[in-house]
Design a binder for this molecule. Structure first.
Ligand code: 5GP
Length: 190
């Protein structure tokens, strides 16, 4: 997606060979019109996939997921990282190792929000080693529902997330694929 690549080049900050910071449009401040385009791009790629629900993880996945949900006309669930007082009902819970925080945490979704008839599109802001996406997929499996596909805003293709997800047979669609962050520069695939 050319608009997204342009934004990454203009506003992304390369923190290391492994980490890109995009706080000005995705991870802290949000660019609503870019998010709308991102939602359209995901919808175009998954329109024929029979998606009934979208699942993401709070908080940075929410904006692109909501825009995709708006375009596809389906509800959006964000997995909660902390169990809140209002989330005391039965939960599907999975462990996820955070690439950026270097620690394990748990994500939960209320059992009443997913059912075996659901075809779930998983959306996340970044794909690194695939831990977040795999945790979401395990939640979908716990509900005996199906993964319709995985939509990623920014994939770091030099890490192994994409191959892990494809090995499991999932359709992975990334809107920007980064080949390298070496020497402070963002190099894209394509
Ligand atoms: P994975 O679970 O695929 O290893 O890592 C993806 C998750 O880690 C995303 O949900 C995202 O929040 C975070 N993440 C991974 N790499 C980056 C990065 O380079 N920049 C930012 N901002 N987040 C990242």
């Amino acid at each position: 997606m050319e608009l997204l690549k342009k934004k990454i080049v203009e506003e992304g900050v390369v923190l290391s060979d492994q980490v890109l910071k995009v706080d000005s449009f995705l991870n802290h401040q949000i660019d609503p019109s870019l998010m709308q385009e991102i939602g359209r791009a995901f919808a175009n790629r998954f329109r024929e996939s029979g998606v009934t629900k979208i699942v993401t993880i709070e908080s940075s996945g929410i904006a692109p997921a909501v825009m995709a949900g708006l375009e596809l006309g389906v509800p959006v669930i964000f997995a909660r990282k902390r169990k809140s007082l209002t989330l005391q009902d039965d939960l599907y819970t999975e462990k996820v190792y955070s690439f950026t925080k270097k620690e394990e945490s748990e994500v939960s979704v209320s059992r009443r929000l997913l059912s075996p008839i659901d075809r779930v599109l998983l959306i996340d802001d970044f794909l690194a080693n695939g831990e977040a996406a795999l945790a979401m997929a395990r939640i979908v499996e716990q509900a005996s529902a199906n993964v319709a596909g995985i939509g990623i805003v920014i994939e770091k293709a030099f890490q192994n997330g994409n191959s892990k997800l494809k090995e499991k047979g999932y359709q992975v669609e990334s809107l920007a694929r980064i080949a390298s962050l070496k020497s402070g520069f963002v190099e894209f695939i394509d």
